[in-house]
Design a protein around this ligand. Structure first.
Ligand code: UDP
Length: 368
């Protein structure tokens, strides 16, 4: 069969490869001038792999997604750790026992840790909104502290609303950790593609049944030349916004290069408070590149405005999910069309979830 895939990001590329390996003819188009969507990276003159759309760290418990991508790349065994500037100190995030001991006097820290352990199992993750429901006086104190110092202002900057006005899954991504693991993710598989994400995508697309057309805008007339269209662009855009726009948050990155070996102590430092940016990423850490200069990006959240900036995050709440569902109902009119990806599914997918979704789609559709 002949397939059109709109969008050459991680979802579209995964799907393209799978279809091509099933002997189908696949055309992938993208309006941008590069492959990889927002996972695109490139090596600068000093050999630092810079993620053009902000830091991307691959992590998954999904064996199938990990094995699939591992056919196209080796991995640098990077385990992500994040620090946040809280009360003048750089402390581990997710907030854990080490963070508590760094921020509070020893006796108080002990009491808080014991209170956590009396209410929650060791090495478990507790979303901040859940911790705030505790009836223990100590834990109420701790929850308010963490809420105020780590989540409230970061979330207001990032999303323009308070944590409790978002789907709980959003702040639940960075829980309080009942233990001493300083890693940002506890997933079984973690890593950075050794030659970068773009090189991994190039290998995935390198198949005789795949044709890629960059700088190519989608037009509905294209569909008639194909048996099926997989659309990983924004679903509301596909329907010319006839039910209104689905809201997104955007980001603006300010990239700086410094002529010194390192800028900060970790690849990512969060600034929940005080500044307009939310975090600073330093790219050489991801592949442990040794060189005399360093590249960092300051990350400034913004409202997404059509035609002015890029979509980064769907804003998941009841109202927006409902609007998305209405668009999906419109899509039911066509059996030649399937949506996928962060923009097509309007879901806050991590990279591994986008890969898994594309693979699942084919498993669910026997002819493909
Ligand atoms: N978050 C926060 N403070 C932090 C880190 C995260 O409030 O120091 C909240 C914030 O709402 C953020 C969400 O947790 O949008 C998810 O964070 P994550 O790092 O997973 O976001 P991503 O890397 O996808 O931008």
């Amino acid at each position: 069969m002949k397939f059109l895939i709109v969008g050459c990001g991680i979802s579209g590329i995964t799907l393209a490869r799978k279809l091509a390996e099933n002997s189908h003819q696949v055309t992938v188009i993208d309006a941008k001038d590069h492959i990889g969507g927002n996972c695109f990276d490139y090596f600068n003159q000093e050999g630092i792999c810079v993620h053009q759309y902000g830091t991307h760290i691959f992590h998954t418990d999904n064996e199938i997604a990990w094995r699939f991508l591992s056919r196209f790349t080796q991995w640098y065994p990077y385990q992500h750790e994040v620090k946040a500037l809280v009360d003048g100190q750089l402390v581990p995030i997710p907030f854990n026992f080490n963070t508590i001991e760094q921020l509070f006097p020893a006796e108080m820290a002990n009491r808080l840790i014991n209170s956590l352990l009396s209410e929650f199992p060791f090495n478990k993750k507790v979303p901040i909104l859940k911790l705030r429901e505790s009836h223990s006086k100590d834990l109420q104190f701790l929850a308010e502290y963490v809420y105020e110092k780590v989540f409230l202002h970061y979330t207001e900057k990032q999303w323009g609303v308070k944590p409790e006005d978002l789907d709980p899954l959003v702040t639940g991504r960075v829980p309080v950790f009942i233990g001493r693991d300083n890693r940002y993710f506890q997933a079984k598989y973690q890593g950075i593609p050794l030659q970068g994400y773009t090189a991994m995508f190039e290998k995935m697309l390198d198949h005789q049944n795949i044709t890629v057309s960059l700088n190519t805008k989608f037009d509905k007339n294209m569909i008639k030349d194909f048996d099926h269209c997989y659309y990983s662009g924004p679903i509301d855009e596909y329907f010319d916004y006839e039910l209104g726009q689905l809201p997104y948050r955007s980001l603006r990155f300010e990239f700086l290069t410094f002529n010194r070996p390192y800028f900060q102590s970790h690849s990512v430092v969060n600034y929940p408070n005080n500044y307009d940016f939310t975090r600073i990423g330093e790219y050489k850490y991801f592949l442990d590149t040794q060189c005399g200069s360093t590249v960092v990006s300051y990350e400034y959240p913004e409202v997404f405005t059509l035609g002015e900036n890029e979509r980064y995050y769907p804003i998941i709440n009841c109202e927006n999910k409902c609007l998305y569902q209405k668009y999906l109902d419109l899509a039911k009119g066509s059996d030649k069309l399937t949506f996928l990806g962060r923009l097509g599914d309007y879901k806050y997918y991590d990279m591994d979830q986008a890969v898994a979704r594309a693979i699942d789609l084919l498993n669910d559709s026997p002819s493909a």
